[in-house]
Design a protein around this ligand. Sequence first.
Ligand code: LLP
Length: 417
Amino acid sequence: MQSHFKYQHGELCAENIPVAKLAAEFGTPLYVYSRSHLIRQYRALADAMKAVSPQIYFAIKSNSNLAVIRTLADQGAGADVVSGGELYRARKAGVAADRIVFAGVGKTVAEIDYALKEGIKFFTVESEAELQRISERAEQTGRTGRVAIRVNPDVDPKTHTYTSTGKAENKFGVDLLRAEKAYDIAARLPGLEVSGLHMHLGSPIMTPTPYVEALRKVRPMCEELKERMPTFKHLDIGGGLGIAYRYDQDPLDPRDFASAVLPLLHGLDLQVGMEPGRFITGNAGILVTRVEYIKPNPQKQFVVVDAAMNDLLRPPLYEAHHEIIPVVQSTERIYGDVVGPICESGDFMAQNRELPAVQQGDLLAVLSAGAYGFVMASNYNSRGRAAEVMVEADRMELVRARETWDDLLRGESIPKW
Ligand code: LLP
């Protein structure tokens, strides 16, 4: 599952570096990213899909550390951004503007102006009102707003309701019928150029079936639009490809994905775009945490660690499962919960589970934490956000310093009155 985090002589290593050494050097809680894993996942997807030479726009919402973005940009990745802040990060990390696409239902005037000025590849547009706004801003600033309408194909991605986006009841995109009209509006608006069609179904998706269903629905529309509009050149099939979060779970193999979707892309003669986030970053990262206390309650043990829901929100928010393993290999087991120090019963990493029999001071690794881990961290309970480290073979580098208490107060003031 996490092939770049393995035991060597009973000690968990990140590539070739003992995790205990990283914890000693940088402290805990600590996010550790494997550069080799990022590259391997990127290449696996690009190679599987090479028949259509896809442009991969890395979804930087999954992990927006500059070092991660740069690693992927060096492989040829562009970026899928969803805010002005993400666009700023992508540019700072060295992603060319013409490899950036900008999604999201609520783009502000300031964000649109910034993206127009940078000259991004296209906006993925979520509503008619947004088409109007982009056109107006483009005209006012003397630029062209390239747009791909986000079509909501009403397909069930069979994932958590909070992360399902391509069903009719979700706030994202416009349905197929409305999309036809939206394209007519876009074609008439003076500031716009229609670049293509976008879809994103949700995540994590564990089989190619929802993509196949969705492509069957949008393909005829793409063919028709391509005939009518000479600038219509892109089909962006979104992200969402799943990964294994459990030892007994089969990951989605990119080759299976490719053999299912490629037949629906062949002959379309459109530049295919993809927006994977988790598939690249999910198993490229772990969260290392230290046991502060063991609290044996009558029903179960509570392993109280120094990481909390402010560091990794996925377990309480989605009841997401993350495997938790000891940094020093052991076979002894206890039964209980791994919890953080935050004042909420929802502050857990694992509940009612067989756990390694750790003791105070031991280190644990929470797996599959590279996607939607640090990026969803907060300062709740005035906890500074964790440090982030990148490793590759024998090399390691602190790629984001741990937040200090002074960082927490930055920008605050007490009124003189
Ligand atoms: N493209 C668009 C338009 C998206 O909205 C998303 C994710 C992606 C691409 C990338 O999806 P991925 O390949 O990473 O699955 N916080 C949740 C996930 C939210 C995903 C939001 N959109 C989680 O922790 O599972």
